[in-house]
Design a protein around this ligand. Structure first.
Ligand SMILES: Nc1ncnc2c1ncn2[C@@H]1O[C@H](COP(=O)(O)OP(=O)(O)OP(=O)(O)O)[C@@H](O)[C@H]1O
Ligand SMILES: [Mg+2]
Length: 241
């Protein structure tokens, strides 16, 4: 459903991603792993269409069969892509209900959205109090991650990228998030950027991608994540595919 062809991306003058080639298929779960600063978040932002991330001339990116490289982020969202941020932002004065109602304008009525938010919040063990506050205001790190998952579920996109949704999340919350994602994965493709194997115990990836130095160094099955946990990246990065 998403094909990257020779995707090279620069931020300012610095080349971060170098000729990434990969096709993400519909309905599958992908884990993206790699050392700090290797380009994982850059890949996520590039797929989402962050204006500061420039793909070079030869890069190609097609989503559901058509070129999306020229589309702005909001258009890519309309096409069905959602990005859950590594560091979720807070929106003072905007409640999650208002935020989602605005985002879903015309697609679902306010009452239906409210009911859905409440249902998902319950499944994710998000407190009523947090829902009633401005989006993420005063929320803990783990609470913010749950709120990202809630938004992803309500917005109901077909390709969802989670950038470190498991970082800073306690063991019980991690299980809650992973189980939630597993039970709502129908018709969805997940790209899960993570440093840890933990979340992948509950949410088994069809493929694990390893990025290092802006390059896609290795693609393997779920056992690759075990290997990384056990021995680190060095051996994997230096061995040939
Ligand atoms: N706005 C920017 N200007 C310059 N360099 C940047 C910018 N944003 C990211 N980079 C650089 O791009 C490289 C890749 O960063 P990125 O955030 O994609 O890494 P990452 O793999 O997500 O790392 P982490 O695991 O720590 O989240 C890093 O060297 C980073 O310093
Ligand atoms: Mg990152």
């Amino acid at each position: 459903m998403l094909t990257l062809k020779d995707l090279s991306v620069t931020i300012g003058k610095k080349e971060i991603l170098k000729k990434i080639n990969f096709t993400f298929e519909e309905g599958k779960i992908y884990a993206v792993m790699g050392p700090n600063g290797s380009g994982k978040s850059t890949l996520a932002y590039s797929i989402m269409g962050h204006p500061g991330y420039k793909a070079n001339g030869k890069s190609k990116m097609t989503f559901k069969g058509h070129n999306i490289l020229e589309l702005e982020a909001n258009k890519r969202a309309e096409e069905g892509i959602f990005l859950s941020f590594q560091n979720p932002l807070s929106l003072a004065g905007v409640r999650v209900y208002q935020f989602l109602q605005l985002a879903m304008k015309g697609k679902k009525d306010a009452f239906a959205i409210r009911k859905e938010v409440q249902k998902y919040a319950k499944e994710l063990k998000i407190s009523e109090d947090l829902l009633g506050r401005s989006l993420n205001e005063g929320a803990s790190g783990g609470e913010k991650k749950k709120m990202e998952v809630l938004q992803a579920a309500v917005l109901d996109k077909s390709l969802i990228i989670f950038d470190e949704v498991d970082t800073g999340v306690d063991v019980d919350s991690l299980k809650t998030i992973a189980k939630f994602l597993e039970s709502h994965r129908k018709n969805k493709t997940y790209i899960i950027i993570t440093h840890y194997n933990r979340i992948l115990h509950y949410l088994k990836p069809d493929k694990v991608l390893v990025i290092a130095d802006g390059e896609l160094k290795k693609v393997g099955d779920h056992t690759l994540a075990n290997e990384i946990e056990k021995s680190g990246y060095e051996k994997i990065i230096n061995s040939q595919n």
